[in-house]
Write a protein that binds this ligand. Structure first.
Ligand SMILES: Nc1ncnc2c1ncn2[C@@H]1O[C@H](COP(=O)(O)OP(=O)(O)O)[C@@H](O)[C@H]1O
Ligand SMILES: CC(=O)OP(=O)(O)O
Ligand SMILES: [Mg+2]
Length: 415
């Protein structure tokens, strides 16, 4: 029987949904049927993209989409109304829904969502204020309008459960840290799992001997040191706020800064409600900082191509903060690096940013090819290494939806 899988990736600025059918052969990959996304949730108007075979919609502006859940319902309607997608003519045709959930606490792997997992994810909402609550609202809608489908949660944090304790431990009172589960968790892990597997395949290397420095640069941005195919270190921490700046996030700053920024730092923010309790400080650093605060836009494409002083400053800040991770991760890998890998919306489309970052680490032996960097093409992994480089530079078209669907097939069919 053909089984339809809906793979849902709720990011901070977008919702990307891919539709797959199960393969005919055992151990086959999920067969993609269609891909639909709505992005620009933090820079309205929201834009719809759709691809099914030759049928394409590219960036159609749509009104009335204010949240990830609105985007989910719009996409679901769009998919069921598409006559060219007979496998999903009715909502009942969906057998499995895979949900990207950013903070999974101590969950080392995906979970079928029941009441207990739902509440546990809800309890973690304060630790991923831009992500867990929107993902859960999609899970609720999905359980309501697709009651026959099985919901599975995939956690961004699971991939990082291999980070050694001396890297994930914060130097604070251990009793409090243990009681409140305060440690580095790390995120974008579904993407890093996809990147590691795809790069290993591209290099024809066994995954368990792959050493890469991977950069997932999207609305949220992070770096990951992948040693022997596993996460060894990453730039995000207890929450997705730590590390690199993002569309509306400050990234790492002096922890004391907030006490000098506003006197009401510790007061509950207006986003606090029954499902989430965040302070004004968290609200400012997560939602009112980053590119939005510096330049007025969250569109890093526009920032990169602008000559305005504030845009150039934002661009230079991003390059500088990325370099803060590439050098240290290079040493953590003892200089035995298979590749520096760019991924995520900015990593995949931002040629100027890639060029600046690669140039910043040329002393380590990285060098890009200008022509390949400008037009890396459409393959999943593209080599943009320049002549004479000691180490490879790659661009990976990451696909969290594919990673989740593949993982579901692997678990459900036992391969
Ligand atoms: N040509 C481009 N150059 C640089 N950045 C781009 C370009 N096109 C899109 N982007 C940026 O990619 C980011 C979105 O990345 P993506 O990974 O899709 O987001 P999300 O974090 O929501 O999953 C946005 O900041 C957007 O401005
Ligand atoms: C973890 C995170 O920041 O995700 P995104 O980039 O999708 O917002
Ligand atoms: Mg994303």
């Amino acid at each position: 029987m053909v089984e339809v899988i809906l793979s849902i990736n709720a990011g901070s600025s977008s919702v990307k949904i891919s539709v797959y059918k199960s393969p005919e052969t055992p151990k086959g990959n999920p067969i993609p049927l269609a891909e639909c996304s709505i992005d620009g949730l933090t820079a309205p108007p929201a834009k719809l993209k759709y691809e099914r075979g030759d049928e394409k919609i590219k960036g159609k502006e749509i009104e009335g989409i204010g949240s990830q859940d609105d985007a989910f319902q719009f996409i679901l309607d769009h998919l069921t109304k598409d006559e060219g997608l007979p496998e999903l003519a009715r909502k009942e045709d969906i057998h499995f829904t895979c949900h990207r959930v950013v903070h999974g606490g101590d969950y080392p792997r995906s979970q079928v969502i029941d009441e207990e997992t739902y509440h546990h994810i809800q309890e973690l909402s304060d630790l991923a204020p831009l992500h867990n609550a929107p993902a859960l609202s999609i899970v609720s809608t999905s359980s309501r309008i697709l009651p026959h489908a099985i919901n599975i949660a995939y956690f961004d944090s699971s991939f990082h459960s291999t980070i050694p304790p001396y890297i994930s431990t914060y130097p604070i009172d251990p009793t409090v840290a243990k009681r409140n589960k305060l440690r580095k968790y790390g995120f974008h892990g579904i993407s890093y799992a996809f990147i590691a597997r795809s790069v290993a395949e591209h290099l024809s290397k066994p995954l368990d001997s792959l050493n890469i420095i991977a950069l997932h640069l999207g609305s949220g941005a992070s770096a990951c040191c992948i040693k022997n195919g596993k996460s060894w270190d990453t730039s995000m921490g207890l929450t997705p706020l730590a590390g690199l700046p993002g569309a509306t996030r400050s990234g790492s700053i002096d922890p004391s800064l907030m006490f000098h920024f506003t006197h009401s730092a510790g007061k509950p923010s207006h986003s606090s409600g029954t499902n989430m309790h965040i302070t004004e400080a968290e609200e400012i650093l997560n939602k009112k900082s980053g590119w939005k605060a510096l330049t007025g836009t969250t569109d890093f494409g526009a920032i990169s191509s602008s000559d305005k002083e504030q845009d150039r400053l934002a661009f230079d800040i991003f390059v500088d903060r990325i370099l803060n991770y590439v050098g240290p991760y290079f040493t953590k890998l003892d200089g035995e690096v298979d590749a520096l890998v760019f991924a995520g919306g900015i990593g995949e489309k931002g040629a100027k940013l890639r060029k600046a970052v690669v140039n910043g680490v040329k002393c380590l032996g990285f060098k890009g090819d200008d022509g390949k960097n400008e037009a890396p093409g459409d393959k999943i992994v593209v080599d943009i290494t320049g002549e004479g480089a000691r180490f490879k530079t790659l661009v990976c078209k990451t696909d969290e939806q594919c990673e989740m669907a593949r993982e579901w097939l692997r678990i459900s069919t036992g391969w």
